[in-house]
Write a protein that binds this ligand. Sequence first.
Ligand code: CA
Length: 241
Amino acid sequence: MKPLPRVLIVEDEPAIAELIQINLRHGGFTPVVAYDSIAAQRELDAMLPDVILLDWMLPGQSGLSLARHWRKQDRTRSIPILMLTARGDESDKVAGLDAGADDYITKPFSTQELLARIRAVLRRRAPESAGDSVTVGALTLDAATHRIAYESRELKLGPTEFKLMHHLMRHPERVHSRSSLLDKVWGDHVFIEERTVDVHVKRLREALGAAGPMVETVRGAGYRLTAVMAKSPAGAASPES
Ligand code: CA
């Protein structure tokens, strides 16, 4: 039998924590409660949850700074984080998402909504787990075997280029800003400049060879992976290979 998804609830108000705990149990999850950042860290050290429900206002270290911290740690980096908060301001939502939260729920919330959001982050995270393969146009990437091929010919990518490509292929036709790429691919962008992204995109295009133009620069916005390559100028010879 598949184990029930484990949810770490970090909430300092016992009544709210208990209410969430009961609802999660009824909703088919295994809830674990931590009342402050220290207890939360202890739980994480002991066993990784599938999702973290994180209250913004906590005694001691705030939820926001905890989210930022966990996003920087290899061990906790990919655990989905749902921020719980009484704040509804747009700027606060942005701060929460920038800190690495996957989603945001403003108190008071309905338990149905909470359960739906948890299921949604679990679904969204699922394809990122090892073992998936992604196809965009003639490009195929297999995360489990760490292989990428274009028109069935294998390509050699460095580890960062591979990660970058994996991210782009999971979200094709979408424009990614440099800062969002740093966040999603590098995970901890505090010490990395946005220029770094350009350097790796350049290397990625070179490694992709004929498929290089699939990685488009969107002026003033960032980068996009497209399955539909722009036609080379009329009459131009096909690219040398
Ligand atoms: Ca609180």
